[in-house]
Design a protein around this ligand. Structure first.
Ligand SMILES: Cc1cc2nc3c(=O)[nH]c(=O)nc-3n(C[C@H](O)[C@H](O)[C@H](O)COP(=O)(O)O)c2cc1C
Length: 369
C-alpha cells in the first residue's frame, strides 16, 4: 500500500485518515498511515494550539496534516451575530417544538453549546491556519471548495502540500487550476458533505480529469479489498473518515451513539441538509427526518442552518436522546461492527489488501505478490 504520494509525504501506507479527534490522528500516523486532524470545530486558536501540541508530541515523528473548511462562497465582513439575525423565527420555533416533542432538556445556565461549527467562516479558518503553520504539518486539506490562492502560496512556501475535496470531475479540475497538489475524490457513499456521484464512477473520472495530479479516493472504504480497488481505479491512496469513529482512540462521549453506529447497516444513513445546510451524509434519525419532511420548514442554507441547530445538537448529544442522536457517517457504517484500536484497523487493512492483490494476481495468472 505504498505509492509515490505516500513516499513523498513519508508515510508507510497510502492510507489517509480524516478525523476530528487528535488521539485518532496521531494513532493513524503512528500506525503508518497519514493522520489528518479536522479543524472545523476549533473556534478558539488556543484550543487548536493545545491539540496540535498534543498531536506533535504523539506522532513519533511521523507525518500528519490539518483539514480546514473554507467554503467556495465566502461570507466576508459578516459577524456570527449578523448571521444569527438572518435566521427566521419560524425555524427557531420548529427547533423548539421538535426538542419539546422529544422532551430534550436544556443546557445548564451559562453552559456553552459544545457543537458550534463556525469554522466554515473564512476568518475562523484563517485564524486556524495562522496557528497551524507554526507546526510541522505536511498537508493542508480544504473541504467545500478550492482554497484561496494566498493560502495555497503560504502552504507551498512552507513545503506543505495542499489537497481539496471534490465530488465531481468539474470541481476537481477547478481545484487543479487553483494550484493545489492533491485531489480527494469524495464519492456519494462518504460521510460528511458529498455530491451525487458514487466512488466507483467518480474516482477514475477524477483521475483522468486532473492527470498527472495525484488523487485520493474517499467514500465507502473500510477494508483492504476496497483499498486495492481504489488503487486499481488509479488513485494514489485512500482517504477514510467514517471508519475511525468507532475506534477506541476516538472515545466518542456518547455510549448510545457508539451503539447506534455499531448496529447501523449500510442503508441507515441519509444525505441531508439538517446539520449544516449543505447535503451531508449522516445517520438517519428522527431529527434528519423532521428536517427532510416536506411538511416542515426545511433546512436553511449554510451557514444559517449550522448556527440554528448548534445548541439543539449539543442538547441531543448531551442527554443522548436516542431517536434524535446522530453523526455524520458514510455507508461503510454497515461494516463498523465492533470497537477496535486504530492499529487493529490498519492490521486488517494491510491483510485484506494483500489477500486482494493475491487474488487479482491469481486471476491474472501470476503467482504470488
Ligand atoms: C464525522 C465526520 C466529520 C467529517 N468532517 C469533515 C470536515 O470537517 N472536513 C472534511 O474535509 N471532511 C469531513 N468529513 C469527510 C471526510 O474527510 C472523508 O472525506 C469521508 O469521511 C470519506 O468517506 P467515508 O466516510 O466513507 O470514509 C467528515 C466525515 C465524517 C465521518
Amino acid at each position: 500500500m505504498q505509492t509515490e504520494l505516500s513516499n513523498t509525504l513519508g508515510a508507510e501506507y497510502a492510507v489517509f485518515g480524516f478525523t476530528p479527534f487528535p488521539a485518532v490522528a496521531a494513532a493513524i500516523s503512528r500506525a503508518g498511515g497519514f493522520g489528518v486532524l479536522g479543524a472545523v470545530r476549533y473556534t478558539a486558536p488556543d484550543e487548536l494550539k493545545r491539540d496540535l501540541d498534543w498531536v506533535a508530541a504523539h506522532t513519533d515523528g511521523m507525518p500528519y496534516g490539518l483539514d480546514v473548511v473554507m467554503p467556495a462562497k465566502k461570507v466576508e465582513g459578516v459577524s456570527e451575530a449578523d448571521v444569527e439575525a438572518m435566521i427566521p423565527e419560524g425555524h427557531r420555533q420548529f427547533v423548539r417544538d421538535t426538542l419539546a416533542r422529544y422532551g430534550v432538556p436544556g443546557l445548564a445556565e451559562g453552559e456553552a453549546s459544545g457543537w458550534r461549527i463556525t469554522g466554515w467562516m473564512e476568518q475562523v479558518a484563517r485564524n486556524q491556519l495562522d496557528v497551524a503553520f507554526d507546526y510541522p504539518i505536511r498537508l493542508l486539506a480544504n473541504a467545500l471548495g478550492s482554497p484561496p490562492a494566498d493560502v495555497v502560496a503560504r502552504a507551498h512556501e512552507r513545503d506543505v502540500l495542499v489537497a481539496a475535496l471534490a465530488g465531481s470531475a468539474r470541481h476537481a479540475v477547478k481545484h487543479k487550476e487553483g494550484g493545489i497538489d492533491i485531489v480527494v475524490a469524495q464519492g456519494y457513499e462518504a460521510g460528511g458533505h458529498t455530491g451525487e456521484i458514487a466512488s466507483m464512477v467518480l474516482t477514475p473520472e477524477v483521475v483522468d480529469a486532473v492527470d498527472p495530479l495525484p488523487v485520493l479516493a474517499a467514500g465507502g472504504i473500510g477494508s483492504g479489498r476496497q483499498v486495492a480497488a481504489a488503487l486499481a481505479l488509479g488513485a494514489q491512496g485512500v482517504w477514510l473518515g467514517s471508519l475511525w469513529l468507532t475506534t477506541t482512540e476516538a472515545g466518542l462521549p456518547s455510549p448510545k451513539l457508539v451503539e447506534k453506529l455499531l448496529a447501523a447497516g449500510s442503508g441507515d444513513t441519509v444525505r441531508s441538509r439538517a446539520l449544516t445546510g449543505k447535503p451531508a451524509r449522516q445517520l438517519r434519525t428522527e431529527w434528519t427526518d423532521a428536517w427532510d419532511d416536506p411538511a416542515g420548514p426545511g433546512a436553511l442554507p449554510m451557514p444559517l442552518q449550522g448556527l440554528l441547530v448548534a445548541e439543539a445538537v449539543s442538547r441531543i448529544q448531551k442527554y443522548e436522546v436516542e431517536p434524535l442522536l446522530g453523526t455524520p457517517v458514510g455507508q461503510i457504517v454497515g461494516r463498523m461492527t465492533s470497537e477496535r484500536s486504530v492499529q487493529a484497523v490498519f492490521d486488517d487493512l494491510t491483510r485484506g489488501f494483500e489477500r486482494a492483490v493475491d487474488r487479482i494476481n491469481r486471476i491474472a495468472g501470476r503467482s504470488g505478490t
